[in-house]
Write a protein that binds this ligand. Structure first.
Ligand code: APR
Ligand code: PHB
Length: 390
């Protein structure tokens, strides 16, 4: 069989790319290792930048997002019991929208199902060949039967543990990494959020975050040491620890309940360079990871595939290679800007090995500077809402 583009991975990156190309009549096949339900079962961040919303709109999948997404004009940051609100709208005239990644994925899957485009779920043993030449082939096994798809290009959208990046000869790629010695323990609960906006909290005992999925469903996190097990965190222990890390008002308003999901996510910063290897392009988590502080993961995946879709459309409609040649450097400029921001936000809010008495005073000074200086607060607002002039 043959198609124009094989997309590996049906996460938000692969599905959005497929949709943007489909809208221009470019044929794609998506190969996904897991089942549809498994992909939809993952709970991940849900803060969308305006640029991400514009792309979802361009893709024609923003109707429900427009109805159900919660527009937030700002966020709050707490430090040792004090809290400060950063009003993005007043500072720079921008907002963010809270809408779960699961919902974005759902909307994209529904749109793909309604089109003629093909998606193969539970595709096993996906392998990539010939992308350094002119005729790439992607092989996979479905229900015990082997298949091969010849294509013009391959888009590796298969996340951090995928096969695409792993298929590139190591000498052709440079990687940059920082692994943090802690994770986020997250709980989803069917209770109204403690506040209308997100609260990022730095406390002596560690970081905490109050987020939400809807007016009746909340998502909370506490920083835990690496290696911690979910089984060691019964709900009562989680709520007690979260309360300890919030200011008095928030801890009193917090409505607790039985968790409907609980998991631990490790924190990592990672970038692979470049993002193009002949006829293979990497996008989203396959190419880079940010720690969740600042919620850039999904937004970066979206900006990558926005640029990649433009490049491929330019090739098919105008015969020009220029967009494809520029893709890696354009996307990486935005990636590194978000890496810097996520690393910075992580380091000012968490208890890190270097957070000794000196480190803690530096964190405090960062907080005070953000509170006192309109230009510092505006720079924070620009990064959080996703302004990037690249
Ligand atoms: N073959 C086929 N599919 C694969 C393979 C493989 N060998 N390996 C992984 N996949 C699939 C995964 O099952 C997953 O559904 O690729 C998909 C990758 O999706 P994501 O991990 O969601 O990555 P991406 O689409 O880049 O989205 C980035 O996810 O981790 C968050 O913070 C991140 O929000 C961001 C978003
Ligand atoms: C979430 O709602 O899961 C969330 C929100 C903001 C973050 C990270 C995660 O920075």
């Amino acid at each position: 069989m043959r198609t124009q583009i094989v997309i590996i991975g049906a996460g938000p990156a692969g599905l959005l790319l497929g949709r943007l190309l489909d809208n221009h009549g470019i044929e794609t096949v998506i190969l996904e290792r897991r089942s549809r339900d498994h992909v939809l079962g993952r709970i991940r961040a849900g803060v969308l930048e305006q640029g991400t919303i514009e792309l979802l709109e361009r893709a024609g999948v923003a109707q429900r997002l427009r109805r159900e997404g919660l527009v937030h004009d700002g966020v709050e940051i707490g430090f040792d019991g004090e809290r400060h609100r950063f009003d993005f709208k007043a500072l720079i005239g921008r907002t963010v929208t809270v809408y779960g990644q699961t919902e974005v994925t759902h909307d994209l899957m529904d749109a793909r199902d309604a089109s003629a485009a093909r998606t193969v779920y539970e595709a096993e043993d996906v392998s990539l060949q010939g992308f350094d030449g002119t005729s790439p082939v992607v092989r996979y096994v479905k229900d015990g039967v082997g298949h091969a798809i010849g294509c013009d290009f391959i888009a590796g959208c298969d996340g951090f543990h995928g096969v695409s990046r792993a298929s590139v000869p190591p000498q052709a790629m440079k990687t940059f990494e920082r692994v943090y010695p802690f994770g986020w323990l997250g709980v989803l609960v069917e209770r109204p959020p403690v506040s209308d906006e997100l609260i990022y909290s730095n406390h002596e005992s560690g970081f905490a975050l109050c987020s939400m999925r809807s007016p009746t469903r909340s998502r909370y996190y506490v920083q835990v040491p690496a290696g911690e097990k979910v089984e060691d965190w019964p709900d009562d222990r989680f709520w007690e620890e979260l309360r300890r890390r919030l200011d008095r008002e928030a801890s009193q308003l917090l409505q607790t309940g039985p968790s409907i999901e609980k998991s631990i996510a490790p924190l990592r910063s990672f970038v692979a360079e470049p993002l193009r290897f002949g006829r293979l392009f990497l996008a989203g988590d396959a190419a880079h990871i940010v720690p969740p502080t600042g919620a850039k993961g999904l937004n970066l995946a979206a900006s990558d595939v926005g640029m990649l879709a433009d490049a491929l459309i330019e090739f098919y409609e105008e015969g020009s290679h220029a967009g494809m040649d520029r893709y890696s450097s354009r996307a990486l400029a935005r990636v590194w800007d978000a890496e810097r921001f996520s690393w910075w936000m992580t380091s000012i809010l968490h208890r890190l090995p270097e957070t000794d008495a000196f480190g803690r005073r530096i964190q405090r000074a960062e907080f005070d500077r953000l509170r006192r200086s309109v230009s510092a607060a505006s720079a924070f607002a620009e990064s959080y809402t996703g302004i990037f002039s690249g």
